[in-house]
Design a protein around this ligand. Structure first.
Ligand code: OVV
Length: 404
């Protein structure tokens, strides 16, 4: 028998990361994954897993060796037909990825968002005023869902009818990145109808001339992207822009409700709104996982992953890796959360992150001005999804701030 320094035995885990036990509470599994080694073979899906920040960050950055074009879910688009036409952003590599990406980067950039800021702050204030009429409410439905569903579809410029389809569509889309389990099964019956509705919202005739959707069609008119690409780029906004922000807002509201000292600190210094949101995205990682596919044999942490194989990156595990973060399980506004991989990293890093941050800044600012205390008032219920870490219910009790 021969051994060499270039060959490392890859540790194995038989745990199904998409099983309900792990989806309910992934932290123990994440710790086992990180501690087992830089790369772990998951027998349940026969894929290679990365749980440490160093390797997840490196994998996200190495688009040359680890492609997205074969899909960023378990299914390999080279061998199996995708359930919908692939995204031109998420499920594409350079050079095809780059023109649609450049278009969205401009349309969703900080400069372009300045004109939305005042209206979103006013919307958030009005919503919070209305919600605070009762001291107890469900922060998921009343705030985390309600606020993005008010402002984001308007900003894209889709009509009012049918917006109730957005969350179920996103829930199925994010389930479909995982294995074909019960979570995918439960969404299958409605997906044709939901997809048809989403696709119909991407046409220029239905999009308001003031919105992101119309800006995308203008880019097609200028030749920055083709008219064939434009509807798929609009579809990316409707796919990636709703459930993600809902669960990001739910995460920050949950973090504050369970860390009263951090709420007091935030109220004294509302300039911490953006740190708070990024710290909550680090802590909860609303997008828990994405896959890549090895283009050729790739060396990661001493192991060689054969070309064509899927690699599962655990963003949530990396964001709580004690090798990278001190007291990783604590929500702490004195920490610098930058470098978290909750929005990804590299060329695919969340193009909508400025939109998400603005939504959270508006909502948290409105709450900070009006709420002295926020606490959990009933059972916190998780919503299981193959990709998203989500809540279905967050009952809270609030004490209004005294008015001067
Ligand atoms: C990041 C993300 C999630 C889901 C869908 C898409 C992107 C898309 O581009 O369609």
């Amino acid at each position: 028998m021969t051994t060499s320094a270039t060959h490392t035995v890859v540790p194995v885990s038989h745990v199904d990361p998409f099983g309900h036990e792990v989806l309910e509470d992934p932290h123990q599994f994440h710790a086992e994954l990180r501690d087992a080694g830089p790369v772990v073979h998951l027998t349940a899906q026969d894929v290679y897993a990365l749980g440490r920040h160093e390797q997840v960050h490196a994998a996200l950055s190495d688009w040359q060796s680890l492609e997205s074009g074969a899909g960023v879910g378990l299914s390999n688009f080279r061998h199996a037909k995708p359930w919908r036409p692939p995204s031109l952003l998420l499920e594409a590599d350079p050079p095809r990825h780059d023109a649609p990406r450049a278009v969205l980067t401009r349309i969703l950039g900080p400069r372009a968002l300045r004109r939305l800021r005042d209206a979103w702050f006013a919307d958030a204030a009005a919503l919070v005023e209305r919600v605070l009429r009762t001291p107890e409410f469900d922060a998921v439905t009343a705030l985390a869902e309600e606020f993005p569903l008010r402002v984001f579809p308007d900003a894209v410029g889709i009509p009012k009818e049918g917006r109730e389809n957005l969350l179920p569509y996103g829930d199925h889309l994010f389930n479909a990145f995982g294995p074909p389990n019960d979570l995918v099964e439960k969404g299958t019956s409605r997906i044709a109808e939901l997809s048809e509705w989403v696709d119909a919202q991407c046409r220029p005739a239905v999009l308001d001339e003031d919105g992101f959707g119309a800006r995308i069609w203008e880019a097609a008119g200028r030749g920055d992207i083709t008219p064939e690409q434009a509807p798929l780029v609009v579809r990316s906004l409707l796919s990636a822009g709703v459930d993600t922000t809902v669960h990001g807002l739910a995460a920050v509201l949950h973090a504050f409700a369970t860390h009263p000292g951090q709420w007091r600190r935030f109220r004294r210094n509302p300039g911490l709104a953006r740190v708070a949101f990024d710290e909550a995205v680090r802590l909860e990682s609303p997008v828990q996982t994405f896959f890549r596919t090895a283009v050729t044999d790739v060396r990661i942490g001493g192991a060689v992953i054969p070309g064509g194989r899927k690699i599962l990156m655990f963003l949530g595990a990396a964001n709580r890796d004690p090798r990278r973060w001190e007291r990783p399980g604590e929500f702490d506004l004195s920490r610098d959360p930058s470098g978290h991989v909750g929005f990804g990293m590299g060329i695919h890093q969340c193009v909508g992150q400025h939109v998400a941050r603005l939504e959270s800044e508006a909502l948290l600012t409105a709450l900070a001005e009006r709420v002295e205390r926020i606490e959990i008032a009933g059972p916190v219920v998780r919503h299981h999804n193959n990709t998203l870490r989500a809540l279905s219910s967050l009952p809270v009790r609030v004490v209004r701030a005294g008015r001067a």
